[in-house]
Ligand binder design. Structure first.
Ligand SMILES: CCCCCCCCCCCCCCCC(=O)SCCNC(=O)CCNC(=O)[C@H](O)C(C)(C)COP(=O)(O)OP(=O)(O)OC[C@H]1O[C@@H](n2cnc3c(N)ncnc32)[C@H](O)[C@@H]1OP(=O)(O)O
Ligand SMILES: O=C(CO)COP(=O)(O)O
Length: 660
């Protein structure tokens, strides 16, 4: 894979569709496919893989345990395990990859103007696959993610991965089976305490890794992020894939973070509506066929960045004494120690941060930041000027920006507006958010709902860029709310924000000092703040940036305040999960209609969940299970205290003139 052969661009990416557009779909589908597999792989079929799981000492041990706990005979448990495996297992066949390859080639060429892939990433991946078992860890924003990744692997002769898929996809007529034969293995949602299921799933995953059956791909965020912001990682699957290393069954494992960035996301409208409580359309083949009209649209370009493979062996050095795990017989279940749980959690969060680092942003992401601070509309010239200002700031903060070369800034702006016609329109030189077409709203609630959907759609594109600004923005807010200029005081407020928002923005646990230093250094290097031994102060020409950064966090702060207010004013101290989401929405709807609250982002269900998670972590709310339903008990004084801390010294009304 040489740069010349692939036609790599200055930034190391090349457009893989360029070549695809020159050849026929059929010849692509029937191309010769000669991947270089993992050198240590045992060449086994999908059915042998299943048999290995069923006959494993591990499964036999767990079945023995279950037999002792219940009255079920061994044969029945074995049959159950076999049925679970039939439901779960993949049956990867090259013929089906070719079939999907043919279809996807057509789809991708039609919906995307380009698919940029980093050439060195492909080369590194090719090498990594041959050396050790490889785990592909992409971010998850769209159904397109897994299609495009297997498409890239097929196109560049890389071993086709097997992929952990949520079970609803299995239920799609025909498609479910095609996915299974294209490498998907299906896992149930919320496994809970089903011991046999955990045993079958974890042994299946470990056997794939141990035998080097194929690269294993899974979505560590567990689902598509509705907000396009990174999600707090799930840990179950990561624990499973690492175990063969800790038990000394493989020498090393390579974890490959993958950052997929869309200029325009196919599901943009559906995701925003889900945030407003509209249920997700069920995954059915009928629904898929109905949704094919979205394929008539243009979704601009996408970027796929294959990150540096992370060696687990290197990572554990000095952190975990993994020899202690060699003492446990390999076939016995291994309960992860506290040390191990912390390690896996830190690693999962690190993977998300690595994904974020290599997300490629477009002019549109920056425009969305500015637009959200100017919901009343903004002159195109001013929008251009502010976007260019933000471009410089984002670059100083280390963002990966893709700005078209040899194209004037005004063209970049107008082509972004036209690509995102579902979010914005330009009328008489002014840019406004677009509300969804359809009959005009009948009630005030419907009016608010439409406006909120428009704002949430735009916010999702700001969210793609928000990780670039989070840390400096938290420093900016902490500086405003701190009792003095003293670094200690500012750090104190910073850690409060970091803790409160740690479901909103992914932070690596236990790294508050590093996060604070990162935020401060970026601001200092950009000439926004100055630091003495003990103090931090805003420089005269830094005010504009500080105000802008505070405004980025403003919708989040305002939304958290509103949820706190609801929890404190709600007459009942105990809330079921269902009641909470319905009641909070109608509470906020009223405040939006009365004008008491301005931020439409307050209506996002993702944000409501994040506030609850934060309060649970901060011991202001407790969760219990009643009849299989989550119930929350609210400690009002504790919530009030957190609310006060967030509000103390904070000036919610940033004057419109001062905003970007
Ligand atoms: C050329 C063109 C080709 C094109 C070709 C196309 C190919 C087309 C293929 C289609 C492919 C689709 C792909 C879709 C993409 C998705 O569908 S993404 C969604 C599915 N994937 C994932 O979710 C992966 C990441 N998820 C996880 O890691 C989750 O943790 C799991 C494993 C699924 C479990 O979920 P969960 O029940 O939510 O569990 P989790 O919260 O992690 O843990 C729950 C509890 O179980 C405990 N637990 C964890 N592990 C264990 C264990 N082993 N034993 C006992 N207890 C355990 C935990 O400690 C936890 O306890 P508490 O802390 O609550 O006390
Ligand atoms: O991730 C999935 C398929 O891509 C399934 O989960 P969601 O549809 O909830 O995102």
């Amino acid at each position: 894979m040489s740069a010349d052969a692939l036609g790599a661009e200055a930034d190391g990416f090349f457009d893989m569709l360029e070549e695809r557009r020159r050849s026929s779909d059929l010849s692509y589908a029937f191309r010769s496919f000669n991947p270089l597999p993992y050198r240590g792989a045992t060449d086994i079929s999908a059915s042998t893989l299943n048999r290995m799981v069923l006959e494993s000492q591990y499964l036999s041990y767990v079945i023995q345990e279950i037999m002792l706990e219940s009255d079920e005979p061994r044969e029945m448990l074995l049959e159950e395990a076999s049925a679970l495996l039939d439901e779960m297992s993949q049956n990867l066949q090259l013929g089906f990859i070719r079939l999907l390859g043919y279809a996807m080639n057509k789809v991708f060429k039609s919906v995307f103007s380009s698919i940029h892939v980093n050439e060195d990433g492909l080369t590194r991946l090719q090498q990594a696959i041959q050396e050790y078992p490889v785990i592909l860890l992409p971010n998850h924003r769209s159904y397109m993610d897994f299609l495009v990744l297997s498409y890239i692997m097929f196109t560049y002769d890389l071993s086709i991965p097997v992929i952990a898929a949520g079970i609803p996809l299995m239920g799609m007529k025909l498609i479910g089976e095609i996915f299974r034969r294209s490498g998907a293995f299906f896992i149930r949602r919320a496994i809970g305490s089903d011991k046999l299921y955990w045993a079958v799933l974890s042994e299946y995953v470990r056997t794939i890794v141990r035998t080097g059956y194929a690269p294993l791909e899974f979505y560590i965020e567990g689902l598509r992020s509705r907000t396009l912001k990174s999600l707090t990682p799930k840990l179950g699957m990561l624990h499973m894939v690492l175990e063969p290393f800790f038990k000394g069954e493989v020498f090393d494992i390579s974890l490959v973070p993958i950052s997929i960035s869309y200029e325009r996301v196919l599901e943009e409208s559906l995701l925003a509506h889900e945030l407003l409580g509209v249920p997700k359309p069920k995954e059915t083949t009928g629904a898929l066929l109905k949704a094919r009209t979205v394929l008539k649209e243009n979704y601009g370009c996408m970027h796929v960045f294959f990150g540096n493979p992370v060696s687990v062996r290197d990572l554990v050095k000095g952190k975990i004494n993994h020899r202690q795990y060699n003492l446990v017989p390999r076939d016995l279940p291994m309960k992860p120690s506290k040390e191990m749980q912390e390690f896996v959690s830190g690693l999962a969060h690190t993977i998300i941060r690595l994904q974020e680092r290599n997300v490629v942003l477009s002019a549109w992401n920056l425009m969305a930041v500015v637009l959200l601070q100017n919901l009343q509309g903004i002159d195109l010239d001013l929008l251009t000027q502010k976007t260019l200002w933000l471009r410089r700031l984002a670059q100083r903060f280390g963002a990966h920006l893709r700005w078209p070369e040899n194209v004037s800034d005004s063209e970049v702006m107008s082509s972004s507006v036209s690509l995102h016609h579902s979010v914005v329109r330009c009328e008489g030189g002014r840019v406004y958010l677009v509300e969804e077409e359809g009959p005009g709203p009948v009630t005030q609630e419907e009016g608010v709902f439409k406006q909120a959907a428009a704002v949430l759609m735009c916010a999702s594109y700001r969210n793609q860029a928000v990780h670039v600004f989070t840390r400096p923005a938290m420093v900016a807010v902490a500086m405003t709310t701190a009792a003095s200029h003293r670094t200690d005081d500012i750090f104190h407020n910073f850690t409060f924000l970091l803790e409160l928002f740690s479901n909103e923005f992914v932070v690596i646990p236990g790294q508050a000092v590093q996060d604070f230093e990162e935020g401060c250094s970026l601001l200092q290097e950009s000439g926004v703040i100055g630091r003495s031994d003990e103090e931090i102060y805003v420089k005269d020409n830094g005010q504009e940036t500080i105000i802008f950064l505070r405004a980025i966090l403003q919708p989040f702060i305002e939304s958290y305040q509103v949820v706190f207010r609801y929890l404190c004013e709600e007459s009942s101290q105990t809330l079921s999960e269902k009641m909470f989401s319905t009641n909070i929405r109608s509470f906020i709807m009223k405040l939006l209609i009365s004008g008491e609250v301005q931020s439409y982002e307050c209506l996002s269900s993702d944000l409501h969940k994040n506030v609850l998670s934060a309060l649970l972590r901060m011991d202001a709310v407790t969760k219990t299970k009643v009849d299989d339903q989550n119930e929350f008990s609210v400690n009002k004084p504790a919530v009030k205290k957190i609310w006060d801390m967030l509000s103390h010294g904070w000036t919610p009304q940033i004057s419109v003139d001062a905003r970007l």
